[in-house]
Design a binder for this molecule. Structure first.
Ligand code: SAH
Ligand code: SF4
Ligand code: F3S
Length: 445
């Protein structure tokens, strides 16, 4: 096979986080550049590529069941059908074993996805290395998008005991700032209004490359290109320095939204998780954030039912919730992942205990979310409506603080940025009335 892929009709299926969404876009554009057609369904495709996630047991189960269907499809088509597996699960021995079992033809670990073109020259291609070249590709802007991701740093140098990511995505490698800035410029020219900088730990940007700017400096440089709205995920409290908080406060495009995963409110649990900070340190970061950003909207990630978590430890998490008052949170039940230190070392808690604690935490978060959201009633916000309305009556967008906001379809003509006043709040949503359009795609607000 040569490198002309014009016979290939590719369907991409993506699980996992925004980093995987970005990677799928990157791979799709590489394939399209070589002549392949991207299609929307399995029946139309002769190559189905699954971008996988391994962070909890559930996404792994989903991938297995999908691969089961694809193996049957391959049998039905007598081999004229390729199955590809890429991303985080593919990086792990567990994923490679699954790949062998389900007859996967092409397997690319999360750090080798740029090899997709080479991979399709061979009948069977597996590569699970971590290559810095993956970040030399500057994918073209996604068509018609108002909101886009840009990868800043890959991998993770932390060692949280529950987490597979350091294994799936390898060590931290920062992307060259010129490439980041070039990609952002391209997106702005294409009319993108919101850019999210991505990394497992964006705050570490530049630590591995002394001649690169640090994250605080990079925020300023990216914003200086004229990005109307700038976001970043994810931050680790340990690397969330005063310098970064200062840069956020000085950069209008960033707004006052921060996602800062805490994971637990108990020092004992944080230590067993190897999170490298104590509860008081986290609270100190929150205090400085609130002082610097008076309208701060703060969200977090929490793991409930970590091995050895006692009722008292859990109470500490509930208590931290009341001290901080998060605007919203992703709350997860601990999932024991093979190959992680906590899987090897500790015994899992009974499922009922974990589920019961999660239910109580969700209840508490709901109260806080409602309280925090109600404080926005009567205030003016800017809402980015990224695509056509999916519901009959309401168009979904998000404001500068990343609240999901519903606007009446009748008041929203087309995707774009709208000024609105918040009239009502629920725990998960704000409801607004449109006052006018701020910027159409291509105009800078
Ligand atoms: N790098 C990011 C998050 C990566 S994974 C950070 O450190 O903040 C996203 C979230 O998944 C984590 O914040 C954590 O809350 C959750 N998570 C990771 N491993 C998990 C596991 N084994 N069980 C349950 N939740 C997990
Ligand atoms: Fe996983 Fe911890 Fe790294 Fe986040 S910081 S990706 S939770 S090891
Ligand atoms: Fe999943 Fe990998 Fe993201 S494990 S959460 S897709 S970094």
């Amino acid at each position: 096979m040569n490198n002309d892929l014009s016979d290939l009709r590719v369907h991409l299926i993506t699980y996992g986080c925004q980093m995987n969404e970005y990677d799928s876009h990157l791979v799709a554009s590489e394939l399209a550049a070589r002549g392949a057609t991207i299609v929307d369904s399995v029946p139309e495709a002769n190559f189905v590529l699954v971008n996988t996630c391994a962070v909890r047991g559930k996404p792994v189960e989903k991938v297995k069941s999908l691969l089961g269907h694809l193996r049957k499809e391959k049998e039905r088509r007598r081999g004229r059908f390729l199955i590809g597996m890429m991303g985080c699960l593919a990086s792990l021995e567990e994923g490679q074993e699954i790949g062998r079992r389900f007859g996967v033809d092409v397997l690319l670990g999360a750090g080798a996805i740029h090899k997709i073109g080479d991979a399709l020259r061979e009948t069977r291609f597996w590569d699970v290395g971590f290559y810095p070249e993956v970040d030399e590709i500057v994918p073209p802007p996604p068509q018609g998008a108002l909101s886009a991701f840009v990868t800043l740093i890959r991998g993770c140098d932390h060692h949280c005991t529950y987490c597979v990511v350091p294994k799936t995505r390898g060590p931290e490698i920062s992307r060259h700032p010129d490439l980041v800035l070039r990609e952002v410029e391209g997106l702005l020219e294409a009319g993108v209004l919101e850019i999210t900088l991505l990394g497992q730990n964006v705050n570490s940007y530049g630590k591995d490359q002394p001649d690169y700017p640090d994250f605080a400096e990079l925020i300023r440089r990216v914003a200086a290109l004229g990005v109307p709205r700038l976001r970043f995920v994810t931050s680790h409290p340990m690397n969330f320095s005063d310098r970064i908080i200062e840069a956020i406060a000085e950069t209008r495009a960033v707004g006052q939204y921060v996602h800062l995963p805490v994971q637990s409110g108990s020092d004992r649990v944080l230590k067993r998780m190897a999170r490298e900070y104590r509860r008081d340190y986290y609270l100190d970061r929150v205090e400085l954030l609130r002082r610097s950003l008076p309208d701060l909207v703060l969200t977090t990630d929490v793991i409930v039912g970590f091995p050895g978590e006692t009722e008292e430890d859990f109470q500490q998490t509930l208590d931290l919730y009341d001290q901080v008052g998060f605007d919203s949170a992703y709350m997860f039940i601990y999932s024991a992942r093979p190959g992680t230190p906590s899987y090897e070392r500790f015994e899992d808690l009974p499922r009922e205990v974990k589920v019961e604690r999660l239910t109580r935490l969700i209840e508490k978060q709901k109260e806080w979310s409602l309280r925090r959201n109600q404080a926005w009633v009567g205030r003016q916000v800017e809402v980015l409506v990224p695509g056509p309305a999916r519901e009959e009556d309401w168009a979904l967008g998000h404001d500068q603080s990343n609240h999901p906001v519903l606007l009446p379809v009748a008041e929203v003509g087309e995707p774009g940025l709208y000024r609105a006043v918040i009239e009502q709040a629920s725990p998960h949503m704000l409801f607004g009335k449109v006052l006018g359009k701020v910027a159409a795609p291509g105009e800078v607000a």
